[in-house]
Design a protein around this ligand. Sequence first.
Ligand code: OOB
Length: 532
Amino acid sequence: MNMQTKNKLEQFYRENVWEPVALGQALSLWSQQYRDNTAVTENGRQLTYGQLEIESGKIAQGFRCYGFKKGDKVVLQIPNSIEFIVIIFALFKAGIIPVMALPAQRKTEIKGIMEKSGARGYIIKDKYLGFDYKEMAREIVNKPEMDLKIIVIGHNDEFTSLKELKADRELYETVAMDHAEVGLFLLSGGTTGVPKLIPRRHTDYIYVAKQTAERCKLSQNSVYLAALPMAHNFPLGCPGVMGTLSAGGKIVICNVTSPDEIIPLIEEERVTITGLVPAMASMCIEFLELGEEYDLSSLEVIHVGGSVLDPYLAEKVEKTFNCKLQQIFGIAEGLICCTGLNDSDYARYHTQGRPISQYDEVLIVDEKGEEVPDGEYGELIVRGPYTIYGYYNLEEVNKVCISEECYFKTGDKARRLKDGNYQVAGRLTEMINRAGEKITPSEIEELLLKNELIEEVQVVGIKDKLLGERICAFILDDTKRMTLKDIRNYLIDRDVAAFKLPDQIVFVNSWPLTGVGKIDRNKLRELADGNL
Ligand code: OOB
């Protein structure tokens, strides 16, 4: 840790930015405050705050009896469920650090995560969406030198089951824990290679949950639908599960992230708030357009974040759901920006708002690291009380993505508007370099969306022998109503420079999605090559 980082951390202690509370203790405090409120509900089963405190205490004691020690790491890979919430708090209470894997991750990624973290445990569900996790676990631990304890939820006669693990009594002795210690590891996004481990402190995770909860006015009356996989930072802590619990609200579990689960649950459970990625928001709108009537009048706020949201879709979200949209820009590494409930239409539809903390220091810089004026695009870099100062055990990577002044370089192309709101235009690496000319995909996407035959489009640079990169437009349409020539002519009529015209179009019936539901641009690249 260099001097700058040390000074920064000391500032957060000194100025009491951080509450001196660890995540396990936080649940105990919330359960005293909201004891009889329902904390979480799933398919008719529910736990009050008081019950959640007791259940997680018994599992925490179980982990202890099973031989886990403070500081051990455990890879947690289970779908959204009551157990998910009980287990994470059990781990926090026992001082064990969960590594939050997504259910969609497979052998190579999980193995890599195990190795990087030095995990001593692996918690899985028996099966989910037709995939057998026990089989994957068997393949991962087939090396005798791997000393890994496997715990299974559901059907199991081979490994330790959660039921066996649970003790008769709660863990009473408090595990000495500094609130500034690492409480959990999130995983970096991206779809290639093994994800990086992101160490988040107990206190910073509570801080961000509370700050985001305040932005969207969560209260004891809030009913939060956990629609996205909860291992992801967005539904877990922004405000998600943690923010809802900090406010005394109720979490409704959605087992599968799909519109035919999400929409009926909003009606049945009188959900007031949920968070979606743009692709899922769009699928939910399509589902509602099929015509079946649902009473969604309980909805007050929908958060959309995770990738660029087209302003047209932003407006459609508010109109269709008849509630307020809050755009969220977030990174698992820390920074969260979001729009306010009472922001202007322009701010809500066209921007991702502003940082949630007065201590966030966000800069927009050029390639040399110099700040650019408001209104101009550059790279968004940030430091603050909940943004990491380095990935876990990745010194070489940290040298590149953390500046000397301890700013984390997001790799996102963004600008700050005069009113202080930020606009994020995509990843800098998504910028297409076609024979030396630079093209921003979102610029072409926005123009194409104005064509009434195009409802959804993604523009991606594809490696090309001749051009370096060629421009490919992926269009969601199974009727193939346009040709490449039509599209090029349409753009030429709108005075678009010749070098920005697509070189290829590919029609898709549905978007390939990542584990959390973002459009998977690497899969699109493979599709483009397969379509030549
Ligand atoms: C969230 O976190 P990650 O770590 O999965 O992904 C972060 C990346 C950002 O660097 C950016 O490229 C993109 O996802 N992103 C957005 C965005 N929100 C995230 N791009 C444009 N507009 C947005 N609103 O995705 C995440 C974490 C917490 C809350 C929300 C999202």
